[in-house]
Design a protein around this ligand. Sequence first.
Ligand SMILES: Nc1ncnc2c1ncn2[C@@H]1O[C@H](COP(=O)(O)OP(=O)(O)OP(=O)(O)O)[C@@H](O)[C@H]1O
Ligand SMILES: [Mg+2]
Length: 251
Amino acid sequence: MTEYLLETKGLRKTFGRLAAVAGVSLGLTEGTLAAVIGPNGAGKTTLINLLTGLLTPDTGTVRFKGEDITRVPSHGRVRRGLSRSFQIMNIFPNLTVRQNLLLPALSRRGRNLHAVARLEDETGANAEAEELLREIGLWDHRGARAGALSHGDQRLLELGIAVGTRPKLCFLDEPCAGMNPIERQTVLGLMRKLSGQRRTTFVIVEHDMDVVFSLAERIVVMNHGEVLADGTPAEIRENRVVRETYLGAEV
Ligand SMILES: Nc1ncnc2c1ncn2[C@@H]1O[C@H](COP(=O)(O)OP(=O)(O)OP(=O)(O)O)[C@@H](O)[C@H]1O
Ligand SMILES: [Mg+2]
């Protein structure tokens, strides 16, 4: 039997009479770069919310490293090595860029923002935050207020916070939305690097098919809350039903 890093069985979430996620079963192996695609309203964000603990499913289970985490809240999942960025921005606009990146590094050491006052002691966290600043290309902006950054830079910062917790598994909801090509390359480069060096597993939700097909090793296609197809990029490209319902002439 394959040992999955993350495994869901029969995951279901309804809002009123709408089944946003209508029975999803998936297994994800460690180190994979996976993408979830599908039309607007397909249930992609709801699925990620169920997997990261923002929502509790009506039925079904989520297992992470063999442990049933279906009812574990988000912060408990982050502690276990599961992190995320949001489709909508999730940074601290009034902290500097550098302070934003200190947060995950401090949190990993069981510290919080109060520790910012005693930063001299936190050399390890400082070094980590600085490495991240360079990796996401925001070194020159490290002293700026995060809220004053351009949209693309704010998204890069958000990615930095998500990977700054050193997750085993990281969910990114539309990480490249609103980014210019250079920012997009920074995101993809960082994901490939962390996937290679730390065996970080990534699951991205993405509408840009260039990004999806250049990055993903595995693609899950959702439609009406269900998994319509699941396979390698080549398999998904060849899938007649996927082409008809979603991809069209795009790829
Ligand atoms: N909190 C909520 N309350 C009511 N309905 C919701 C809620 N969240 C999502 N939905 C509905 O569930 C369905 C799936 O939404 P979801 O946000 O998961 O889709 P998505 O695939 O992420 O779409 P997009 O590509 O537009 O981000 C949609 O019909 C949406 O309107
Ligand atoms: Mg969404």
